[in-house]
Write a protein that binds this ligand. Sequence first.
Ligand code: T4K
Length: 371
Amino acid sequence: MNKILVTRSSMPELDEYVEEIKDIWDTHWLTNMGIKHRKLESKLKEYLGVENVSLMTNGHLSLELGLQAMHLKGEVITTPFTFASTTHAIVRNGLIPVFCDINPDDFTIDVTKIESLITDKTCAILPVHVYGNICNVEEIERIAKKYDLKVIYDAAHSFGEKYKGIGIGSFGDASMFSFHATKVFNTIEGGCMCFHELSYEKELYKLKNFGIKNETVVDGVGSNAKMNEFQAAMGLCNLKHVNEEIQKRKSVVERYRTNFKGIEGIKLSPIQENVESNYAYFPIVVDEKVFGVTRNEIYAELKKHNIFARKYFYPLTNTFDCFNGEYDVNETPVALHISKRVLTLPLFADLSLREVDRICEIILKVREYNG
Ligand code: T4K
């Protein structure tokens, strides 16, 4: 039986991509902010409904350089229920992550706990729209204004989402989107930073190109995070189909929801009010006491059937070996509880509804053998 992985990259027809890259053979312009790079930047600005976009070679460097561009010092309040990238971007900037717990309903940062973590060293809040679930952006904005803090969203999972009709990348001072192969929209590898303040534009442009100001002046210690023309070409093609892809994902998610309706012990992500979703991930949280089997047993059973779900996001980033026990995981008990019980099920545009039914059947049957 064919393997079903947690996701499968969306790709345009080969001919469409070949058509898009043909002129590169005339221009010989492969990278360093070429024509396709500029074209994609402008199309994304419109699609995402944001003021400014700086394209990068991946989401992680967008976040890392986005933080660097803000010249921050001190502590950043963030969530441990995320991919390694979020926490690493903070630490690699010489900043100190302060972990806030998440709320058990949508797994985003618990805004009721942020204020108690603010000290005179706090410089920013870095929340994550995890799985595409939108954070409480209004409350985060209120807190940030009150304490004069920067807000940088990790919006890696939120491509194209809107809250109250506003592009999600417009909230906070800046937002990072990932265009990795596994995301709703991909440029193979890729990402961007969206921001309001125009001074970031020059700063980010410089930072993604070694800190070079012009041919003779290098006045920043930058990195190399330029998106190349082949990545941008993939983005230009994929962008034409992304709405259709999101619609297909929606039917997959709706089928999962129907199949799990009324099943006690399997908690689903909420349908958030005022949010136009992109159906990025389908996490379930398994309460073993009610459902009768554990998350790990479900994961193993699916694997036996060649279905590879993933434990995003386990382990929590504040337990990573690289931090040598520096952070106390007991300070984020909800995140710890969820991370031990969450499983993200396969979800991609071309996943057939028959396959969704099979996945659900396997999950519901494990309970029968074990019950
Ligand atoms: N912030 C958050 C909250 C994030 O989730 C991420 C990335 C970032 C920041 C950083 O953004 P980037 O720098 O990556 O742009 C994957 C992705 O590599 C990573 O981008 C993503 N989050 C994370 C949640 O998932 P892995 O280690 O699980 O990837 P891997 O190689 O196991 O792939 C997962 C599945 O995707 C495979 O089983 C099959 C499918 N796949 C994978 C690749 C590489 C494809 O269909 N095509 C492919 O080319 O991290």
